[in-house]
Ligand binder design. Structure first.
Ligand SMILES: *Cc1c(COP(=O)(O)O)cnc(C)c1O
Length: 233
């Protein structure tokens, strides 16, 4: 059932309240809000868009392309945040502004080669497998520095930062630990990037259940689905 404007307004207000309270408490700057719209209808996206949300994140290519087709009249920035099989990389390179889920060097090279030169650079984040889970993709912390140095020099891409999806943790203090590690890794990478390469400025971290922990550790983009659209079916 499509979400009503009223429901969206209430949820958006709640999320904005959580963000501003956390920023006050921890004296940190306000991250931008990426609305994660996987499984949601184009109509629901349109509703949120009319509340001034411009950035939407999708996990499944075909589903995303279908919705893009229905929303060509909206000035949406599309972010790809799901796993990418190599045979899907061209469509991702052609149809998105950002990719948060670059999890291997080969994928970065393909996206760079396949990004149409008529479009602005594709903005990317490296996904870091921060808890070393076999079920999740991403670079390990140890691999990340050399991968970032190499990927930062590919044409047609602009490496902006790091993304992670930590395991569920119960307390704020525990939730902060993996985010603190990612923030430290970003700073390590920035110290080692070759001269002339723009510094990384993006930490894509925090979902509905750990918004506060991510912001406290310096998230610049939080990726929020459930807290905006309600539970997924
Ligand atoms: C689904 C998803 C989110 C949003 O999760 P919620 O818990 O619904 O806020 C964020 N990031 C990624 C990569 C996702 O797949």
């Amino acid at each position: 059932m499509p979400i009503t404007e009223q429901q969206i307004a209430v949820r958006l207000q709640d999320v904005e309240k959580r963000i501003s309270l956390t920023c006050q408490t921890h004296k940190c700057s306000t991250p931008s809000l990426l609305a994660v719209s996987k499984t949601r209808t184009a109509e629901s996206i349109r509703t949120l868009y009319s509340s001034a949300i411009k950035d939407f994140g999708e996990n499944y290519l075909q589903e995303a392309l279908d919705k893009q087709q229905q929303l060509t009249d909206c000035d949406i920035h599309w972010h790809f945040i799901g796993p990418i099989q190599s045979n899907k990389s061209r469509a991702v390179a052609e149809h998105f502004h950002w990719v948060h889920s670059v999890d291997r060097l080969k994928l970065a090279k393909r996206l760079s080669n396949q990004r149409p030169p008529t479009l602005p650079f594709l903005q990317i984040c490296l996904q870091i497998n921060i808890d070393n889970e076999t079920s999740k993709s991403g670079f390990t912390v140890n691999e990340a520095v050399s991968a970032a140095i190499e990927i930062s020099q590919l044409p047609n891409l602009r490496l902006r930062g790091l993304m992670c999806i930590p395991q569920k943790r119960e307390t704020l203090a525990k939730q902060r630990q993996p985010f603190a590690k990612i923030a430290a890794l970003l700073s390590t990478i920035n110290h080692q990037l070759p001269g002339g390469i723009p510094k990384l400025d993006t930490l894509s971290m925090g979902m509905s259940d750990d918004i506060e922990a991510a912001i406290a550790e310096g998230a610049t983009i939080i990726r929020i689905g459930t807290a905006l659209f309600g539970p997924r079916q």
